[in-house]
Design a protein around this ligand. Structure first.
Ligand code: FMN
Length: 368
């Protein structure tokens, strides 16, 4: 059904318009109590065995929605209704900004991939904090808040910009993510170098503690798949040193590996971050490397090219406690969450592991 709708309607439409239209429908359904109850029962049935814990939070399942879909925290309950058991909002920047000029989102349908150069279009940390403050949650889903640098802020003032967002948003965040890995803000990814990352993460940690003295808000960092292996190790070591709660691997890539011969050459040559199926192998590789380095000391979140339950299961075996996706949601539609839950529960049932936690990193532990 969704595939027909996608082919007939969304595929002909500009991808960003299609995103806004689909998201508006989701929010409309979620606003009507009888519809949302029916939709949640049909699309997000619970599988008790998938219940899990990450950085002290309890979740219905390890599966969630990656940052970038709900940049402004306008539709968290609609997304929870579709089976996303954590929703990472953002990236939110210190100040509001329009992002890059359109057109800035491209579909590579044959590759089940996207290229985007959105450039952190968002309402800014003040407005998003106000929206979260006034929210009355309908569904219990974990809300992650992903923060990044305002484009107009010079690089030597980046820390202050992140701190501003952290102070405003930490009170509403189940967990906070420092995004230093988007390819669409000039200079942002240089912040992944440990000399820059150490003061940044320290300052954000302090800001979150100042803003929320009663609760230690879990702090994570999101990294790029384009880091050299030694740099992945360096970030992992820094995360352990600073007592970080988690690492999200990975963001989109500036590489163009893994694309098929049938890819639309015009789209392939667009500047921006590539996501979806072609990212799968490298994201898995980075995750595996991180787990080999940090083991159970830090919670890992696997993202990048996850399309089905088998992909998610492979991430869990490679060390991910949580898994996220974005691009496959575009291609699979509202039934994606249901299929992921069902498939993951089946995987676990037929595995040698009693719980999901037992499966986390099992592949890396046996090959180490
Ligand atoms: C249109 C689009 C916008 C995105 N915006 C953000 C963002 O604002 N912040 C962020 O950390 N990641 C962002 N991402 C990256 C995703 O969160 C995710 O890391 C990446 O797409 C890989 O996962 P996927 O292959 O399942 O899409 C965006 C991705 C897409 C496709």
């Amino acid at each position: 059904m969704y595939h027909i709708l996608f082919t007939l309607l969304f595929r002909r439409m500009d991808p960003e318009r299609a995103h806004h239209l689909a998201f508006r429908w989701i929010r409309l359904v979620a606003r009507v109590p009888v519809l949302r109850t029916f939709a949640a029962a049909a699309l997000a049935p619970r599988h008790e065995e998938l219940r899990t814990e990450a950085f002290g939070l309890r979740l219905h399942s390890p599966f969630g929605l990656a940052a970038g879909f709900d940049k402004n925290a306008v539709g968290i309950d609609g997304l929870a209704m579709l089976g996303f058991d954590h929703v990472e909002i953002g990236t939110v920047t210190g100040e509001p900004q329009p992002g890059n000029p359109r057109k800035r989102l491209f579909r590579l349908v044959a590759d089940r991939a996207l290229i985007n150069r959105m450039g952190f279009n968002n309402d800014g940390s003040l407005a998003v904090a106000a929206r979260l403050a006034s929210r009355t949650p309908v569904f219990r889903t974990v809300v992650g808040v992903n923060i990044g640098k305002t484009k107009a802020v010079p690089e030597d003032e980046a820390v202050a910009d992140y701190v501003k967002s952290a102070e405003r948003l930490a009170p509403y965040a189940d967990y906070l993510v420092v995004n230093v890995s988007s390819p669409n803000t000039p200079g942002l990814r240089d912040l992944q170098a440990v000399d820059h990352l150490r003061p940044l993460l320290t300052a954000v940690r302090e800001a979150a503690d100042r803003a929320v003295p009663a609760r230690r808000v879990p702090l994570l960092v999101k990294i790029a798949p384009d880091l050299a292996d030694e740099d992945v190790d360096a970030v992992a070591d820094l995360a352990v040193e600073l007592g970080l709660d988690g690492i999200i691997a990975t963001n989109t890539t500036i590489a163009r590996a893994g694309l098929g011969l049938t890819s639309d050459p015009a789209a392939v040559n667009e500047t921006g971050g590539l996501s979806g199926a072609p990212l799968k192998a490298r994201s898995l590789e980075v995750l595996r490397r991180l787990y080999a380095r940090v083991g159970d000391r830090i919670t890992l979140v696997g993202v990048g090219g996850i399309e089905n339950a088998e992909d998610a299961w492979q991430r869990i075996l490679a060390g991910a406690t949580l898994v996220q996706g974005y691009s496959a949601f575009v291609y699979e539609g509202p039934l994606w969450g249901r299929a992921m839950h069902k498939g993951l529960a089946a995987r676990l049932r037929t595995s040698p592991y009693a719980t999901l936690a037992d499966a986390v990193g099992a592949d890396v532990r046996t090959t180490a």
